[in-house]
Design a protein around this ligand. Structure first.
Ligand code: PEP
Length: 253
């Protein structure tokens, strides 16, 4: 059985004081996090080392929100996968819709990033998802399938079990609108099938998270779906009480 994972994507929010407060609150109430649920926080890059220090000795995992598509070298401003590993990260979000739409990043870069993240011994959390227009045209499954296959192009079956996929419908991110359980399960089952075709039985070890306006109020229903292995949480991960309640929804879901 796949262990549930709940990962908080803080995006470009907060400052040093906020990092201390939020992680302090999560640590103070860590007894509320069920031991069978893995929980990760992904603060902004510049606070990763501080977060690692604050989380040391706890069960919380640390993730980055982005990574360079290059290895070490003359790439001004880029941070490599091995640097993220060096500061204590275990996970890296790759292909978030905001990077696709606002930074014009594309699948070929994501495939390189995923390869380097796995090579560095980290877990990529690869995001896929359709826009509202694509869904209305009946293309949701096709788009997600294509994005997934392109992103995992360089992943070997041996590394596949370390991959995490996040289905994040673009129209549900930060909008308060959540995909219905039926919509979520349909896409997750499709993604699982694509992973089976690509990686054989390793596919059953790959976690597929749902992301898009997950809150304490809807998390339990979503996490209970057969192919949903937890969530990638944006806005609600910035409020300790709400995030902890979402983590709790992972138990026996
Ligand atoms: C996200 O950006 O990954 C996300 C899921 O955001 P939100 O939960 O705020 O919709």
């Amino acid at each position: 059985m796949r262990q549930k994972l709940v990962a908080g994507n803080w995006k470009s929010n907060g400052n040093s004081q906020f990092v201390e407060q939020l992680l302090g609150a999560l640590k103070a109430h860590s007894d509320q996090v069920p031991s069978e649920v893995e929980v990760a926080v992904c603060p902004p890059l510049v606070y990763l080392a501080k977060a690692e220090e604050l989380l040391r000795g706890t069960a919380f995992l640390l993730g980055a929100q982005n990574v360079s598509a290059f290895e070490e070298g003359a790439y001004t401003g880029e941070v490599t996968a091995s640097m993220l590993k060096d500061v204590g990260c275990q996970l890296v979000i790759v292909g978030h819709t905001e990077r696709r739409s606002l930074m014009s990043e594309e699948e070929a870069q994501f495939a390189d990033k995923i390869r380097l993240v796995l090579q560095a011994g980290l877990q990529p959390v690869y995001c896929v998802g359709e826009t509202l227009e694509q869904r209305r045209r009946g293309e949701a499954l096709k788009v997600c399938r294509e994005q997934l296959l392109a992103g995992v192009a360089a992943v070997t079956p041996e590394d596949a079990s370390r991959l995490v996929v996040a289905y994040e419908p673009v129209w549900a991110i930060g909008t308060g609108e959540t995909a219905s359980p039926e919509q979520v399960q349909e896409v997750h089952a499709c993604l699982r099938q694509v992973l089976r075709e690509r990686f054989g039985e390793q596919a059953d070890l790959i976690k597929i998270l749902y992301g898009g306006s997950v809150k304490a109020a809807n998390a339990r229903e979503l996490f209970a779906l057969p192919d949903v292995d937890g969530g990638l949480i944006g806005g609600a991960s910035l409020v300790a009480e709400e995030f902890l309640a979402i983590c709790k929804a992972g138990i026996n879901a």
